[in-house]
Design a protein around this ligand. Structure first.
Ligand code: ADP
Length: 288
């Protein structure tokens, strides 16, 4: 897989030169490939959101650079708009940014700014709403009449409608009930599978990350301290715990069982995988 997005020594300082100066991101260098799903984890305040906003040019690095297919995204200001179409960012609590009279107008906003013809916009809105799990009868309502979960879906659809090559979701399931979280996550996964785009998912849920990510980026105090396969990162539980993070509960349980001699694979990441393996062991032992 070829590199699509590259960060080179990226730094960001809030309030530079003021008494409130804060180094939020420090010397982050990394490569993101086409079609990957990257999980982004880290304690609150570790710099995840700041890093994500630099990736689509919303904020400019204090030093260092972001390259999208080898072009420095901040080199030419007039091209930043195109970068934002190509790298779609769904903020934390994006429903707060719905502002049009109807949901349809809100979702159309991005594709319209891209200068697409009306019939293409219509098609994009329809498809984005489907991917985000938003019922079509809600499209002509005011966004303010929707439930919290529906507003979230509408906001996500607005970004998906631009068909970004890279989709960045900052805590997309925050504040949703467990059922809503599962459904939204599986829709994000289905969208990725259908479009084969690159997805960056910031989440506090290790279970969500384990179920969807190919690689995991760990931020700690503004630095990227790990960037490896999901299995490798979650096999470093002691280091993660020292940063106030944890591994998925199923990984923890199966690691403990392995230590006690149960012949399970190392680094099990999902309940489904654990279930299949335990079932196979019990069958082999003639217990079921
Ligand atoms: P995370 O997304 O991991 O919670 P953030 O990127 O939001 O981390 O924040 C990184 C650091 O930058 C934190 O110390 C936070 O307090 C600080 N910070 C974030 N946004 C601002 C801002 N607008 N002004 C000043 N400091 C900020």
């Amino acid at each position: 897989m070829s590199t699509l997005l590259r960060c080179d020594n990226l730094c960001f300082t809030y309030g530079k030169g003021t008494p409130f100066e804060k180094d939020a991101v420090k010397n982050v260098s990394l490569d993101i490939r086409k079609g990957e799903v990257i999980g982004v984890i880290g304690h609150t305040g570790s710099g995840k959101s700041t890093l994500m906003q630099m990736l689509n040019g919303l904020i400019k690095p204090t030093s260092g650079a972001v390259y999208l297919e080898d072009a420095d995204i901040n080199a030419d200001k007039s091209k930043l708009r195109d970068v934002r179409f190509r790298v779609g960012l769904v903020f934390q609590y994006p429903e707060n940014q719905l502002f049009e009279e109807t949901v349809r107008k809100d979702i159309s906003f991005g594709p319209r700014n891209m200068g697409l013809p009306e019939d293409a916009i219509k098609e994009r809105v329809k498809r984005a709403a489907e991917f985000a799990g938003l019922k079509s009868e809600l499209l002509d309502r005011s966004p303010f009449d929707l439930s919290g979960g529906e507003k979230r879906r509408a906001a996500i659809a607005g970004v998906i409608a631009m068909d970004p090559e890279i989709l960045i979701l900052d805590e997309p399931t925050a504040g949703l009930d467990p059922m809503g979280r599962d459904v939204l996550l599986s829709q994000i996964e289905a969208y990725h599978n259908a479009r084969n785009n690159t997805v960056l998912l910031v989440s506090h849920s290790m279970e969500d990350i384990a179920s969807i990510a190919d690689r995991v980026l760990v931020m700690n105090k503004g630095e990227c301290v790990m960037f490896d396969t999901t299995q490798s990162v979650f096999s470093r539980s002691a280091e993660l715990e020292a940063m106030g993070l944890r591994v998925p509960q199923i990984t923890k349980i199966t690691t403990e069982l392995r230590k006690r001699g149960v012949p399970l694979s190392e680094g099990i990441l999902t309940v489904e995988q654990a279930f299949d393996e335990i079932r196979a062991i019990l069958k082999k032992e003639g217990r079921i």
